[in-house]
Design a binder for this molecule. Structure first.
Ligand code: ADP
Ligand code: MG
Length: 283
């Protein structure tokens, strides 16, 4: 998002138009433009959507390959540079019912399937967290994600009370095909994607056994981000966000409104993490 004030109206209009990605013209273009994996394409086709919605047209290219959708000029504008090498952080505001779920799920599954090519299918290291304000929404999102991940070997789990993360270095043996392993009274999550409310994930994270359990997480999605960042959930959401220690973490926020100072909170959190990480790395 280009946030420059219009000191020079013309220049900033030009920069903004350069920042618009080339829209996704059809679902078939996911394969032709972005080499989407066959399984993912088959599962999208299965759902008989005719054309991508407006938010899908805009957000999918940005998340799948930002470099290919921006012009070179826009990537290196005079007062800030957009580094697309490792993906971008995205804030999307679009009305309820406009298809935001598919817009964040497709790029997540795309990346997981590409990364898992040639890897053992029995390894389910959590690299994606989707936060939703209610268990009902979390469960709907799990269902949507499972439809898109059918026959792919990816595992998607909704966080429940008592679930724990696998310790660092934990290897799954491939003999157990349930979503978690029973270990006395607790369940060890073995899933590529975890969908959770902030409360359940935060309480799991605050358990000493879980420290470091999510250091592989590369994608964080805040669905209904205006609610996740309103005073009721804000502390839990930001605590989870800042505890994810992977320097390559990429965050996307999805909302129907611009409430709760969502943009300021997101920008401040991204800057705070960046500072923390550069201190830790000593640069
Ligand atoms: P939002 O999160 O923006 O409120 P949802 O992701 O819940 O919206 O989608 C609303 C409905 O639209 C869902 O039933 C979904 O299956 C459907 N939908 C999503 N994308 C498309 C599409 N490209 N064409 C037709 N229907 C779609
Ligand atoms: Mg939604």
């Amino acid at each position: 998002k280009d946030r420059r004030k219009s000191k020079d109206g013309q220049k900033s209009t030009k920069a903004l138009s350069q920042l618009s990605p080339r829209p996704l013209e059809s679902f078939a273009a996911l394969a032709t433009r972005f080499s989407a994996p066959k399984k993912l394409m088959a599962n999208i086709t299965e759902q008989d959507f005719e054309v991508p919605t407006e938010v899908q047209m805009g957000a999918l290219p940005l998340l799948l390959d930002p470099a290919s959708t921006f012009s070179t000029d826009a990537l290196d504008m005079e007062d800030h540079t957009i580094d697309t090498a490792d993906g971008i952080n995205l804030l999307t505001v679009a009305p309820t019912g406009s298809g935001k779920t598919l817009a964040f799920l497709i790029p997540l599954l795309h990346r997981l399937l590409v990364e898992k090519r040639g890897e053992a299918r029995t390894e389910h290291r959590t690299s994606t967290i989707i936060l939703a304000p209610t268990r009902e929404l979390a469960s709907q999102t799990v269902n949507e994600a499972r439809k898109l991940a059918r026959n792919s070997g990816l595992r998607i789990t909704q966080m429940r009370k008592g679930m724990r993360f696998a310790a660092m270095g934990h290897k799954t043996d491939g003999t157990n095909d349930t979503a978690e392993e029973k270990d006395d009274s607790i369940s060890i999550v073995k899933a590529d994607i975890i969908v959770s409310t902030p409360g359940l994930l935060e309480s799991a994270l605050s358990h000493a056994d879980n420290a470091g359990g999510l250091h592989h997480v590369r994608d964080l999605v805040l669905d209904e981000a205006d609610v996740l960042l309103d005073p009721l959930f804000r502390d839990q959401t930001l605590k989870i966000w800042t505890s994810l220690s992977n320097p390559a973490l990429r965050v996307s926020l999805w909302s129907a409104t611009m409430g709760s100072n969502i943009e300021q909170l997101a920008t401040a959190t991204i800057a705070a993490r960046r500072k923390l990480l550069s201190e830790q790395l000593g640069v």
